[in-house]
Design a protein around this ligand. Sequence first.
Ligand SMILES: NC(=O)c1ccc[n+]([C@@H]2O[C@H](COP(=O)([O-])OP(=O)(O)OC[C@H]3O[C@@H](n4cnc5c(N)ncnc54)[C@H](O)[C@@H]3O)[C@@H](O)[C@H]2O)c1
Length: 438
Amino acid sequence: MNIGVVGIGYVGLVTASCLAEAGNRVICVDNDSDKIKQLKNGRIPIYEPGLTEMVQHNQKAKRLHFTTELKEAVDESLLIYLAVGTPPAPDGSADISAILSVCRDIAGLMTDYRIIITKSTVPVGTHKKVTELIKSKTQVPFDYVSNPEFLKEGAAVEDFTRPDRIIIGCDSPQVREIMKQICNPFMRKGNRIIFMDAASAEMTKYAANTMLATRISFMNELSALCEKVGADIEMVRQGIGSDSRIGRSFLFAGVGYGGSCFPKDIRALIHTGDENGLQMRIAAAVQQANAEQQVRFANKILEHFAGKEKETTLCVWGLAFKAKTDDIRESPALNCVKLFIKAGIKIRAYDPEAATAAKQALGDAIETFDNGYDALAGADALVILTDWQELRNPDFETIKTKLKKPVIFDGRNLYELDYVSRAGLTYHSVGRKTVRPG
Ligand SMILES: NC(=O)c1ccc[n+]([C@@H]2O[C@H](COP(=O)([O-])OP(=O)(O)OC[C@H]3O[C@@H](n4cnc5c(N)ncnc54)[C@H](O)[C@@H]3O)[C@@H](O)[C@H]2O)c1
């Protein structure tokens, strides 16, 4: 099948390459000409495990093409996926202007029936706005599908090719059949497509992200209480996660959630509630708890160095909003680092993938290193802010020798308390007691 994908960011590039891998011919359109140039030359602008190989392989097989010309995709593709950004507007709503602008352009270019599929996260009611807009611009028939994306950065290819479910929001039986054909290669173990109306599909995406963020914020808030009453959040996590009604996912306490989705989607849900005269109290509390958690963790460190900020250097491991991505959008790690910098503390930072992006965002305010151990030299403490796998079993002896004082502040609870204590370090983590050497 010939498919167009508009907006070649995290979602668009993964969607396009996975569809090409399944044998479709995919034309990728983005209005960022630098990005398209890089992709044409086989360079992948984002870090995502398994993606580079898949893009290059499908480019070679001539199933994946990159262009800035929307017309090429509209002329040749029955299905046109939209994966442009929907960033937060100043009032908290999702800014769908890129979606509307692309749909206006598609309407002007269409000469034959097309199916327009939105993968971007868009507020409930967008399907109506888009349908009315296209109808007002063209007589050419079309169908609209809401197909929200649930992939996680860091596991995006895996999530796309082996999804828990695929949500297809559209009423037409013929279009449902076509969508089923497109999704079948990713349903080998059994059908996990859920058909519904477009409004419910749009709502499902916000509901999923808010539910996941709720679990994180609940555990983070509990972790603060654990610290006050002498309980251990890790024990509590295991205790409740073993309940099959609760499950184990998204129960890790830490320095808070971030990224390009949870924060903006929760704000947008709250805004949709406001527009409809409903206060989304749970979503608002989740958002507030998340902001407080980041500040609480940073304050723990700031209090430790109170009065000596200007003479303090921190080694920071982890800048990305989570492991296995170079994405720093709304990263709690970056938020904490900004608070340290504001207090006058110097930062020596390491992140396996996100250092370049962080350096671009913070400039000379941080020094970045290609190796975590090099970043330790002469620092007053090690602060861990992202749960990279390679940080889980470090050489504590080297950490101890390189740091001025053997102190770790761990915002991701990567280590066992006894182990770090026996290694001779003072270890502050989240929702657990602080342990000292010995
Ligand atoms: N990143 C994720 O993990 C994730 C997961 C699920 C859903 N989503 C949703 O998917 C959407 C895209 O997210 P993303 O992270 O891939 O965004 P992104 O910022 O990485 O990519 C968006 C791309 O769209 C391009 N673009 C913007 N306007 C355009 C236009 N008019 N014409 C052509 N291209 C245009 C940009 O240049 C950019 O390359 C958002 O709505 C997001 O909420 C993201």
